[in-house]
Design a protein around this ligand. Structure first.
Ligand code: GLY
Length: 396
């Protein structure tokens, strides 16, 4: 007689901790709200994409030209996984064709954000549907990313032409999230050059972007001729020696995501260092200011950094041993963050083209997207809800 798995029941566990009903209710409500907003925006944007940040609360529609396009496609893949509804998959699969064209025709790919773009669109498509065109596009993007590798310094240059003296030899902490594309490409193709470049880059980030006190530089320059480290500098933070909140969040989440691929447990230790620095500088409601130099007062919050940090804390906690003394604290901090975001930062006005989260900051020094929605904040908020509500395999 065969065992019928779908009729087996879970017997209540004697003495078990009662479920936290408040968190469950929060999660159900937040997921419903997020899916309603995604449906509204699916109708609003069609096959277009939301811009990186909103203007007066509404995202302008753009083509596939920004570093941020993958976040919307990634949200559609998450919605497909969360619901099984075909409408999300159909649009995301059409996006994949555009992503294929983008890398083949080299449209706005002269930067390192190819991991953000292609992990959430094409690697996700390949993992969820086995699409060979998606795999081909992701491999093409990984090749473009590898071209930015500076072998003496052992880093992937973030922005601009490789010969541009302003940008030459600059790595940035955000790039931690671009590295999973390289590890995926090595696994997919058997070509170890992708993995070796990613290993060198993460080592350089660990040594030079992280400061001794556990804060981070946003960007760091190397001499590409000698490979020697030069100096840190901010780009989107308050000052060269302050700690840009979103950069810290990219670090908290990026180090454990790279650990998934290379098994280097030092990266988990480093993520803890960054997480504790971050968590110890939060205001009362647990949602960071745009730079961690601010802990109170009238500066803007960055809800997008908080959403990234929540996903990072969950990824970090998941990879820590059961008896690690900080594991439960990180899970609790992530849950609290998501609860605060859903209670006080989620957008409930229902306007087409609006974001999931309000009160993010894109680029304060350049005065772009201040106290607006940012599409990566929406993506990571939704990813955090999916992480909390089901067993989920990252696209990263
Ligand atoms: N990676 C660019 C940003 O976080 O604004």
């Amino acid at each position: 007689m065969s065992l019928s798995l779908n009729t087996a029941v879970i017997e209540p566990l004697q003495g078990a901790t009662p479920p936290d009903q408040q968190s469950r209710r929060m999660l159900t409500r937040a997921l419903d709200q997020a899916l309603a907003s995604i449906d509204r925006n699916l109708a609003h944007f069609g096959d277009d994409f939301p811009a990186p940040s909103s203007i007066a609360g509404v995202y302008p529609a753009i083509g596939n030209i920004e570093w941020t396009n993958g976040f919307w496609t990634g949200m559609l893949w998450l919605a497909y996984e969360a619901t099984g509804a075909r409408r999300y998959r159909d649009v995301a699969a059409r996006h994949v064709l555009g992503f294929h064209r983008r890398q083949a025709e080299k449209i706005d790919v002269n930067h390192h954000d190819l991991g953000f773009l292609y992990s959430l669109s094409c690697v996700a498509a390949y993992k969820l549907t086995g699409s060979t065109i998606a795999a081909e596009a992701a491999m093409g993007a990984a090749h473009l990313l590898l071209e930015r590798y500076q072998p003496r310094a052992g880093i992937i240059q973030a922005w601009g032409d490789l010969n541009d003296p302003e940008q030459s030899g600059r790595m940035i902490i955000d790039c931690n999230l671009n590295l999973p594309l390289l590890y995926w490409a090595s696994g997919h193709s058997g070509d170890l050059r992708f993995r070796q470049a990613a290993d060198r880059h993460i080592e350089a980030a660990a040594r030079h972007i992280v400061r001794p006190d556990g804060s981070t530089f946003h960007t760091f320059f190397f001499d590409t001729a000698t490979g020697l480290p030069r100096h840190g500098k901010t780009h989107q933070g308050y000052a060269d020696d302050s700690c840009w909140a979103r950069g810290q969040a990219w670090g908290i989440s990026g180090f454990p995501l790279v650990f998934r691929h290379n098994g280097d447990t030092r990266l988990l230790d480093l993520s803890k260092v960054l997480a504790n620095y971050y968590l110890n500088r939060l205001p009362e409601d647990g949602i960071c200011y745009w730079d961690l130099i601010f802990t109170s007062g009238g500066e803007e919050r960055d809800s997008s950094a908080a959403a990234i940090a929540a996903c990072g804390l969950l990824e970090l906690a998941k990879n820590l041993p059961l008896l690690d003394p900080l594991r439960a604290d990180y899970e609790a901090a992530a849950l609290r963050t998501v609860g605060q975001l859903s209670e006080h930062y989620a957008n409930t006005d229902g306007a087409p083209g609006g974001g999931l989260l309000r009160h993010a900051v894109y680029h304060k020094p350049h005065r772009i997207g201040i106290d607006e929605s940012c599409i990566w904040g929406d993506y990571f908020y939704f990813e955090s809800l999916v992480r909390l509500s089901r067993t989920w395999e990252p696209y990263w």
